[in-house]
Design a protein around this ligand. Structure first.
Ligand code: CMP
Length: 136
């Protein structure tokens, strides 16, 4: 049975700024993810607001959207069996302070805002987020 999943990953401005994108992509490849699509872009704040609309009532929404649009990001479609969950495990907790050893946020994250990476939190959101960045 083919139960491959796809999930969206974003290497955030703090990591791209430190030239960590290739290193982070290599971590994904070593863990068996294939990077099916990728692009380095910078988005407008209005696009970040659409992307993070689910957080619009949160106190950190404005800063979050300003931050995601503050510099280049790398957006990727990752594919693997059970990709959504495995990506979340590999990223680690949202706050790098709470992230487990061996996770990307533990290794590279600076703060809860500058936590280096975003990943879809469910298969349903993965479809929506992939479409957001890669619809033709
Ligand atoms: P991300 O996985 O991209 O999803 C939303 C982002 O909001 C999250 O990573 C954090 O970088 C950021 N954020 C800032 N403050 C908080 C908070 N208190 N709780 C959750 N996420 C936060």
């Amino acid at each position: 049975m083919n139960n491959l999943e796809q999930t969206l990953s974003i290497i955030k401005p703090d990591a791209v700024e430190r030239n960590l994108d290739n290193e982070i992509k290599e971590i994904f490849r070593k863990k068996g993810f294939s990077i099916k699509k990728e692009k380095k872009i910078q988005i407008e704040k209005s696009e970040a607001e659409k992307f993070y609309k689910v957080h619009e009532t949160k106190p950190f929404y404005n800063d979050l959207c300003a931050y995601l649009s503050s510099g280049p990001i790398v957006v990727m479609v990752l594919e693997k069996k059970n990709a959504v969950l495995e990506n979340r495990e590999l990223m680690g907790s949202t706050n790098p302070k709470d992230a487990a050893e061996g996770t990307i946020r533990k290794k590279y994250g600076i703060s809860i805002d500058k936590n280096s990476i975003h990943g879809s939190d469910s298969l349903e959101n993965a479809v929506i987020e992939i479409d957001f960045f890669f619809r033709d």
